[in-house]
Design a protein. Structure first.
Length: 114
């Protein structure tokens, strides 16, 4: 019979607050900048507003999904440093693609029917 000996898990330092603060600050800044540009485009014409909405969707989805992932990783105790750096980017890409797809679906399919 083979017995497995449990190997001790190496201690990983708890994450610092720098990553969530940077991601959160960028999220707030890009949201204000993106919505400001969107407001200027909407004031010009409806079609410019639709185009600007589809352009702004990916960056806002990316930055907010990355910020939420960075905040969630801050509260996890045993996470390796590569995961701490890579997970917000991976979640950001997924969030940006999802937000862009939802925006494109809305403005290409639903909005013209209204």
């Amino acid at each position: 019979m083979i017995r497995h000996v449990a190997t001790p898990v190496p201690d990983v330092d708890p994450p610092g607050p720098l990553s969530p603060l940077i991601w959160g600050g960028l999220a707030i800044f890009l949201t204000c900048a993106g919505l400001g540009g969107l407001g200027l485009a909407i004031a010009d014409s409806e079609s410019a507003g639709v185009t600007a909405s589809m352009i702004v969707a990916f960056p806002l989805g990316f930055i907010w999904a990355g910020a939420i992932a960075a905040i969630a990783l801050y509260f996890m105790k045993r996470v390796s440093p590569p995961v701490r750096l890579g997970a917000p980017f991976g979640c950001g890409c997924l969030g940006g693609i999802a937000m862009g797809a939802i925006s494109l679906l809305f403005f290409a399919v639903i909005f013209p029917e209204l």
